[in-house]
Unconditional design. Structure first.
Ligand code: NAD
Ligand code: DAU
Length: 353
């Protein structure tokens, strides 16, 4: 283990974005040990990492970031040198139904990790705690303007309030205890392995199965979409080269109203499925709006581009086509992650050997 240059604890590595970060690190940094620490909630699936889980520099630990003993054991067993923290409850609609899980994982879990990192590294130089956060902490934009790193925090949903709180704790551990932290706040991601409760994978799944496409309110809310693999590259760049104590906004200058996006997806899928033009759009169904629905998010990523040279690698049209192709080729993935059969996979992989 001591042969590895870094031993990085990636929390939430079995989730959507976390699995892309783990894959990138395992494949491109064979001199790092990547320890995926995940509670495997409904959103965490080891299916997401089948292609890398046999590599020498990958380990999986089933654990809860809220549980001090779980976190302590992972830090000690693998002599962790750095943390990239993605584990969270991530779905806004669920936070509206039940905020407590969001407070526990996103706030208490983050503070528990910070405390263990502080105790483990004890002021020693060179250990990074990278906290992955969201643009939703900045609140909601009107027709104009972009979120910058100095935009005041104004979270409006239980989810964004919990993420804003966790961001403040990360800053507090830097300012109070000198923990070497970095932060990134990203816009909406899309891509493969996205749990089919979020807008894009849900719509793909429903179009494919001829089910209604539930568009909240009038569909006029705007989101700024980024391909998940570009987000993973940004996280890895910030982890290595970002300035200590700084936060970086990540986004692709790619704004769409929900209804424009759903229509575009319908047209793309009509083509892919050999349906006549306009057939899938007939499935669109306007439903009751989300409570407190933020109108518009849009990111100014100039700081990240100027300081670290990061830019999105593909256009939205290319990324969406790749995403649709992935879901069409991996239809059984949706069945597995929604049916619980991944538990059998987990038992076979990690408990019976
Ligand atoms: P996700 O819901 O797909 O995955 C979350 C992962 O965290 C899952 O694997 C889950 O099992 C794990 N987890 C949850 N609670 C845990 C706990 N108590 N202990 C250990 N593991 C736990 O989320 P995602 O969309 O991949 O988001 C990852 C991170 O990125 C989150 O912090 C989120 O706030 C942030 N983010 C997401 C987006 C987006 O568009 N999805 C955009 C910006 C930022
Ligand atoms: O901005 C970053 C955030 O993006 C992340 O921090 C969150 O973890 C992530 O879930 C995402 O939050 P959103 O609420 O923007 O994503 P969601 O996919 O849930 O919804 C996108 C938009 O689509 C939003 O305006 C609500 C709308 N919507 C969503 C669903 C699930 C619908 O109209 N119908 C739906 O069925």
């Amino acid at each position: 283990m001591e042969d590895f240059q870094k031993r990085i604890l990636v929390t939430g590595g079995a989730g959507f974005i976390g699995s892309h970060v783990v894959r990138l690190l395992v494949n491109e940094y064979p001199h790092y040990l990547i320890v995926n620490f995940d509670r495997l909630t409904y959103a965490g699936n080891l299916e997401n990492l089948r292609d890398v889980d046999q590599k020498d520099n990958y380990r999986f630990v089933k654990g809860d970031i809220v549980n001090a003993a779980d976190v302590q054991a992972a830090f000690e067993s693998y002599d962790i040198t750095d943390v990239i923290h993605l584990a969270a409850e991530s779905h806004v609609d669920r936070s509206i139904e039940g905020p407590m899980d969001f407070v526990m994982t996103n706030v208490v879990g983050t503070v528990n990790l910070l405390q263990h990192a502080k105790e483990k590294w004890n002021g020693e130089e060179g250990h990074i705690f990278h906290h992955v956060s969201t643009d939703e902490v900045y609140g909601s934009l009107g027709e104009e303007g972009l979120f910058r790193e100095d935009t005041p925090y104004d979270p409006r949903s239980p989810y964004s309030a919990s993420k804003a709180s966790s961001d403040h704790f990360v800053s507090a551990y830097h300012h109070t205890y000198g923990l070497l932290v970095k932060m990134s706040n990203c816009s909406n991601n899309y891509g493969s392995h996205h749990f089919p409760e979020k807008l894009i994978p849900l719509m793909i799944h429903n179009i494919l199965n001829n089910k209604p496409l539930p568009v909240y309110g009038k569909g006029e809310n705007v989101r700024d979409w980024l391909w998940v693999e570009d987000h993973a590259k940004a996280i890895v760049a910030i982890f290595h080269k970002g300035r200590i104590g700084e936060s970086y906004n990540v986004g692709g200058l790619n704004e769409w109203t929900n209804i424009e996006l759903v229509r575009f997806l319908c047209q793309l899928m009509d083509r892919k499925l050999g349906r006549s033009v306009g057939e899938s759009e007939k499935l669109i169904s306007y439903v009751t709006d989300r409570k407190g629905h933020d109108l518009r998010y849009a990111i100014d990523a100039t700081k990240l581009q100027n300081e670290l040279g990061w830019t999105p690698s593909i256009t939205f049209e290319e990324g969406l086509e790749k995403t649709v192709d992935w879901y069409l080729a991996n239809n059984e993935w949706v069945d597995k992650v929604t049916s619980g059969t991944y538990q059998t996979y987990y038992t076979n992989m990690y408990e019976n050997r």
